[in-house]
Write a protein that binds this ligand. Structure first.
Ligand code: TXA
Ligand code: MG
Length: 304
């Protein structure tokens, strides 16, 4: 699709798919209540799960939420980029109520992808955008994945494969509260801690409604931490393997950044391979591996 067509659809209150550096987003005008409602119905998303609002610059983000000094420091360090800040919603924020699902906070992100930036700057309005998968499915890192979930009626801006492959790290920045990570993502806890003091582990599930839902699930049964897969398994390997059955390497050289980039694409490919089971190699639980393992546990059926 051409960018002008995408802009027209957005101005008319339509829902479109746009690439970001993390995953593809299912975007609509955040200031238009009907457009926001259409995101929830298109995606099959529960109304209780709030959306991230995307803007072109830190300056635009300041019109939506109030910034603590910690929020300022994080924004300066990581925007544009794969960081989402959850902060108090400003009463005059030009954003439909449904975006924040009744919460007093708003999740805001300044994405880095040049196409998403181009759309945001040309539109001059905030865009609400969850990941462009049907609710419960693995997130999309190519235009093809989006088309697999939604088919031809959805307009997709094709930006090729996403650079990071994992969603943004969601960080809560409230006055008089320690900075708290709500969702592991593309930025590791160490990346965040290098800029501001941050509480250990993840914040409570109630503070992050999306974590309480089943997510990223393939249709094929999936088992984790498998070093010796069954011959018929579709194997998501990490590092060298001598598996003779269908193999979907996360990273043959055991590189965590590459594994993050490929995770969702390999999950989808393994799922449609016809194998009776997907087996996943152990991935170290540090750095971006925390986010990879979080997505894998959910794909295996865990919530919380
Ligand atoms: O990288 C990303 O973050 C992608 C791209 C498209 O920007 N978006 C994305 O959106 O992953 P979504 O909707 O799939 O995940 C957003 C997460 C959900 O878990 C949601 O519950 C949480 O952010 N969230 C949104 N608003 C929140 C709020 N006000 N307080 C706490 N959590 C919030
Ligand atoms: Mg999602």
């Amino acid at each position: 699709m051409e960018i002008d067509w995408i802009l027209d659809r957005l101005k008319q209150g339509g829902v479109v798919a746009i690439p970001t550096e993390t995953v593809y987003g299912l975007a609509a005008d955040a200031s238009n209540p009907a457009a926001v409602k259409a995101i929830f119905t298109t995606k099959g998303r529960p109304q209780t799960n709030p959306l991230i609002v995307h803007v072109a610059s830190v300056q635009a983000a300041r019109t939506l939420v109030t910034f603590t000094p910690e929020a300022e420091a994080l924004a300066q360090a990581f925007w544009p980029g794969p960081l989402t800040l959850v902060a108090p919603r400003r009463p005059d924020a030009p954003v439909a109520e449904a975006v924040s699902a009744g919460l007093e906070t708003l999740a805001v992100r300044v994405p880095a992808h040049p196409l998403m930036q181009q759309v945001l700057q040309a539109l001059g309005r905030p865009l609400a955008a969850p990941s462009a998968n049907r609710s419960g499915r693995p997130s999309p890192t190519t235009a093809d994945h989006v088309a697999q979930d939604f088919g031809p009626p959805l307009s997709i801006l094709d930006g090729g494969p996403c650079d990071k492959g994992l969603e943004s790290t969601v960080v809560q920045v409230l006055p008089d509260h320690p900075v708290q990570i709500l969702r592991y993502g593309s930025l590791s806890p160490q990346d965040i801690a290098a800029v501001v003091p941050v509480a250990e582990g993840l914040g409570p599930g109630e503070a992050s409604p999306g974590r309480l839902l089943r997510h990223y699930a393939p249709q094929t049964p999936l088992v984790l931490n498998i070093t010796v897969p069954e011959p018929t398994d579709a194997y998501l390997s990490f590092g060298p393997t001598d598996h003779t059955g269908p193999c979907f390497p996360l990273s043959a050289r055991g590189d965590m950044t590459e594994a993050a980039q490929r995770l969702f694409a390999q999950l989808r490919a393994a799922d449609t391979s016809g194998a009776p089971r997907i087996a996943v190699a152990p991935v170290p639980d540090r750095g971006v591996g925390l986010a990879i393992n979080d997505r894998l546990r959910r794909a295996a059926g865990a919530v919380g």
